[in-house]
Design a protein around this ligand. Structure first.
Ligand SMILES: [Zn+2]
Ligand SMILES: [Zn+2]
Length: 232
């Protein structure tokens, strides 16, 4: 699906005739991020925990934050901290419908966070409830999944379905988040091989864990979670 597909015609025209604005600082820029904001990207670099993606003092698999947690996924990665320009990118897409950030910034950052040479049999997004999808017009996780899939030459398939509306996770505690998403997803048909599960933000990992568990039950051998941002 072309990015312009989701955009009203008038928005496309506006972009042709008026200079772009940087999604980080809203100043005029020749691209979606100005140089200053690009340099201010809150990169989440090594060392981090290979299991949950949290920054750590040493390269570990299982850290103080996740050791007591049971996750449905085998590992989680995120190239950015959910703050500053990282948060600005997510908001520009989700709430302002700025689809240009997906292919230009998000896809490259996300695919770059994967291990070199990592192979996946399929990429699948965390789904949105249809009422939310109808309101927003697109699923941000799906757009990210498509951009990443293209870069790693893997097919993107909608393997999950949200069968009941969940509350917005923002206002919930970690325990309440797990309960909120428990049983909310089902798989669309059988799954096989290594799966890359994509969402916009990793907060407690409850949604990703629940989705990964569903994919495992449907037959996935391994599920790796990939988000653009992670709260730290
Ligand atoms: Zn800027
Ligand atoms: Zn960890």
């Amino acid at each position: 699906m072309a990015d312009s597909f989701h955009k009203p015609y008038v928005d496309v025209l506006t972009e042709l005739f008026y200079p772009q604005r940087c999604v980080g600082c809203e100043r005029r820029a020749s691209d979606v991020l100005c140089r200053g904001c690009f340099e201010a990207l809150p990169l989440l670099e090594r060392p981090f925990c290979g299991r949950c993606g949290a920054p750590t003092a040493f390269e570990v698999f299982g850290c103080g934050e996740c050791r007591s947690r049971d996750f449905g996924f085998d590992g989680a990665r995120a190239p950015l901290r959910y703050e500053g320009v990282g948060k600005g990118l997510v908001h520009a897409l989700k709430y302002k419908g700025y689809l240009g950030v997906v292919g230009k910034v998000m896809g490259p950052l996300m695919s770059g966070a994967l291990d070199v040479g990592a192979r996946f049999d399929l990429v699948t997004p965390v789904p949105l409830h249809r009422s939310r999808l109808a309101r927003r017009g697109f699923n941000q996780a799906e757009l990210m999944a498509k951009s990443v899939a293209q870069r790693i030459s893997a097919p993107v398939l909608d393997k999950l379905k949200l069968v009941r509306r969940t509350r917005d996770q923002i206002e919930l505690s970690a325990g309440a988040r797990r309960e909120n998403v428990s049983g909310a997803f089902v798989s669309r048909g059988p799954v096989a091989g290594r799966v890359l599960l994509v969402d916009d933000v990793f907060t407690t990992g409850a949604t990703l864990s629940e989705c990964a568990a569903v994919l495992r039950r449907a037959g996935a051998e391994e599920v790796q979670a990939l988000t653009l941002c992670r709260t730290v």
